[in-house]
Design a protein around this ligand. Structure first.
Ligand SMILES: [Zn+2]
Length: 208
């Protein structure tokens, strides 16, 4: 059974579509709070007036641990060319096969059904905005910088270590969708973060 909540905030005549995913790793809970608080305080009519469509998944991983209920690191389970079988006991176990998990299947289906112009995932704790993109890498760095400015975080193109089966490689590098990975600081006050994310979400809905 798939209990993952997907909120599609669509309007007619939209210019772009954006996907925002929280809690890929279960022990990085901030994204669920930030997305749900934003959704609670805005009616559908608010999104109807936007320039762009936005799709929110507040919590992809139902567990409170890094890995999912099957012990799989979802950010190593995507069907990328560099996916690899790893040790089950590893924190980065990528599953028995690429996209073996319902969570990664759901995200890949969403990418197939929608022509997203950008996808954003919310992680912790590195206090950085990272981006992935294909050969035409004109949108992702600008969007990353915009988000980083709201957060007062630095931007980094590469996180600095190999991530086989990661969402950034799957969506950004291989499918050429501008892909932004926000790594929040764990020390930051959630209320203050929410104020910053209201600005980020509004930028995505009304300006991007
Ligand atoms: Zn993470």
């Amino acid at each position: 059974m798939n209990n993952i909540k997907v909120y599609k905030k669509n309007n007619t005549n939209h210019e772009k579509s954006i996907l925002v995913i929280g809690v890929v790793h279960g022990d990085e809970p901030q994204g669920e709070f930030l997305i749900n608080e934003f959704l609670k305080s805005h009616k559908d009519s608010y999104f109807d007036e936007g320039k762009n469509n936005i799709v929110f998944i507040p919590r992809l991983n139902s567990e409170n641990t890094r890995k999912n209920k099957n012990g799989v690191d979802l950010n190593r389970n995507f069907n990328t060319k560099n996916w690899e079988l790893s040790d089950f006991d590893s924190d980065y176990y990528g599953g028995p096969s690429p996209q073996s998990e319902e969570e990664t299947k759901l995200v890949s289906e969403l990418l197939k059904e929608n022509n997203f112009d950008a996808v954003i995932t919310i992680h912790a704790p590195f206090r950085i905005v990272n981006y992935d993109c294909g050969e035409d890498c004109s949108v992702a760095p600008k969007l990353a910088q915009k988000i980083a400015d709201y957060l007062d975080y630095p931007v980094q193109k590469d996180i600095g270590y190999p991530t086989p089966g990661s969402f950034g490689t799957y969506a950004g590098v291989e499918r050429k969708i501008p892909t932004i990975t926000i790594e929040l600081s764990e020390d930051e006050d959630l209320k203050e973060l929410l104020n910053k994310f209201k600005k980020i979400f509004n930028y995505l809905i009304f300006e991007f």
